[in-house]
Design a binder for this molecule. Structure first.
Ligand code: COA
Length: 225
C-alpha cells in the first residue's frame, strides 16, 4: 500500500506547463526546508499572520515539517488545508496552500503561499496562484477564493490583482508582539479569474475530494451548486 492511499493529498498532482503543485510528501520536506532557510523575505518585514519565518534559519526546516505533519492530522470535511509544494521545472521552490472550513456548504477557500527569495519576481507566484484558483473553481467547485495580505506586502497584493481578486475591506491585527499591521482582504469570483496560460492536468483528485467530504467526481458546471 502507498502512503497516498492512506492520506490522498500526498498523491495529488496539478500540472500547468512548467509549474506543478504536488502533495507535500516527506521526501520534499528537506528541500523545502532548505529553500526557506535560504530566506523568504527581508528581516524587517513580516508577510505572515503567524510570524513563523522569524525563527533562526536553522530551525525553519523543522518548523515546516512539523507544521505539515500537523496539517495532515486535522484534514477533514469540517476543515482542511491542502498544502502543495510548488515545483518549477521540477525543482521545489515554495508552498501554495488552499484552506477551507465547511467547504461542502460554503464553497469558499482561501489561498496562502510563499516562495524562496531566489525564485521571487519571475512570475512564479502569479502562476502558482492562478493554478490554485483554477483548481479550486474547476475541480472543487469553489464559488469564491479569498486571500489576505498585509498592506506592506506589494508583491502579494499585486499577484492578487493580476489574478483577478477584488478588494474586500481590511482589518488590523497584532503581527509581531507590539506591532500593529493593516491586513487587506481580497475575494476572487470564478468569472474574474485570469487563468494560467497552460491548461491544468490533475491526477489523484478523486480520493482527495472524498476526504474533503465531496462527491468523488467534480459536478458539471451547469448543475446547481
Ligand atoms: C508573494 C509571492 C508569493 C509572490 O511571488 P512572486 O513570484 O514574487 O510574484 P510575481 O513575480 O508573479 O509577481 C509579483 C508582482 O509584484 C510586483 N512587486 C514586487 N515587489 C514590489 C514592490 N516592492 N512594489 C511594487 N510592486 C512589487 C512585481 O513587479 C510583480 O508585478 P508585475 O508582474 O506587474 O511587475 C512572493 O513574493 C513571496 O513568497 N513573498 C514572501 C512571502 C509572502 O509574502 N507570501 C504571501 C503572504 S500573503
Amino acid at each position: 500500500m502507498e502512503l497516498s492511499e492512506i492520506f490522498p493529498p500526498l498523491g495529488l498532482r496539478i500540472t500547468s506547463g512548467d509549474l506543478a503543485l504536488v502533495g507535500i510528501t516527506d521526501d520534499l520536506l528537506p528541500r523545502l526546508g532548505e529553500v526557506a532557510a535560504a530566506g523568504i523575505h527581508a528581516a524587517d518585514v513580516m508577510p505572515f499572520q503567524v510570524p513563523w519565518s522569524d525563527a533562526p534559519a536553522a530551525e525553519l526546516p523543522a518548523r515546516i515539517a512539523t507544521y505539515q505533519w500537523g496539517v495532515r492530522a486535522s484534514f477533514g470535511p469540517r476543515a482542511w488545508a491542502l498544502e502543495l509544494a510548488v515545483l518549477w521545472r521540477g525543482e521545489p521552490v515554495g508552498i501554495q496552500a488552499l484552506a477551507a472550513r465547511d467547504f461542502g456548504v460554503c464553497r469558499s477557500a482561501s489561498t496562502g503561499s510563499w516562495l524562496g527569495r531566489a525564485f521571487q519576481g519571475r512570475g512564479i507566484g502569479t502562476r502558482m496562484r492562478q493554478v490554485a484558483c483554477a483548481f479550486a473553481f474547476d475541480q472543487l467547485e469553489a464559488r469564491e477564493v479569498t486571500s489576505c495580505a498585509f498592506a506592506d506586502n506589494p508583491a502579494s497584493l499585486r499577484v492578487s490583482e493580476k489574478v483577478g481578486y477584488r478588494p474586500n475591506g481590511s482589518s488590523v491585527r497584532e503581527r509581531r508582539p507590539g506591532e500593529r499591521a493593516v491586513e487587506r482582504h481580497l475575494t476572487l469570483r470564478p468569472e474574474d479569474l485570469v487563468r494560467p496560460p497552460e491548461p491544468l492536468v490533475v491526477t489523484g483528485l478523486g480520493p482527495v475530494r472524498r476526504l474533503m467530504g465531496l462527491a468523488e467526481e467534480p459536478q458539471p458546471a451547469s448543475s446547481p451548486r
